[in-house]
Design a protein around this ligand. Structure first.
Ligand SMILES: [Zn+2]
Length: 136
């Protein structure tokens, strides 16, 4: 789902979630046609997603020879990151190699073009993405 700000000819502004950029704009509750308007770009107070999995130290030396405080702080950051990725799966990046290694696709191999976002989220977090969960 993609969120858009829309405005009707009567001047009402509201936000809609559409399945794709090619979806038709919904009618306003006043019955008028709507048009998409550019979202406000918010730079002040923008939330930082924090460090990603790729920023995590990958070597013993990277952990400062197993420094407990450093490892504890990275663990805390990655737990927060995981919660964020659970809410916004697009931040998780391509997890297919990891999931394939863990055997998630052993019974149903992935082919190019497969729509697997829902399956990925389910395999990664044990439940479908937030938007899909709301629908059902
Ligand atoms: Zn309206």
């Amino acid at each position: 789902m993609i969120r858009y700000d829309v405005k009707c000819s009567g001047g009402h502004r509201f936000e809609v979630a559409l399945p794709s950029m090619f979806s038709e704009n919904p009618l306003c509750q006043c019955g008028a046609e709507t048009a998409r308007i550019p979202s406000r770009v918010n730079t002040a107070g923008a939330a930082s997603p924090g460090p990603s999995r790729d920023d995590m130290p990958m070597t013993w030396r990277g952990t400062n020879n197993g420094d407990r405080e450093l490892i504890r702080s990275w663990h805390k950051k990655m737990v927060q990151r995981e919660k964020l990725e659970e809410k916004y799966p697009e931040l998780a990046g391509d997890r297919r190699p990891v999931l394939a290694h863990e055997g998630a696709f052993a019974s149903a191999p992935v082919r190019a073009g497969d729509a697997i976002a829902g399956d990925l989220a389910k395999e990664t977090f044990g439940k479908p993405p937030v938007d899909e969960a709301k629908k059902s």
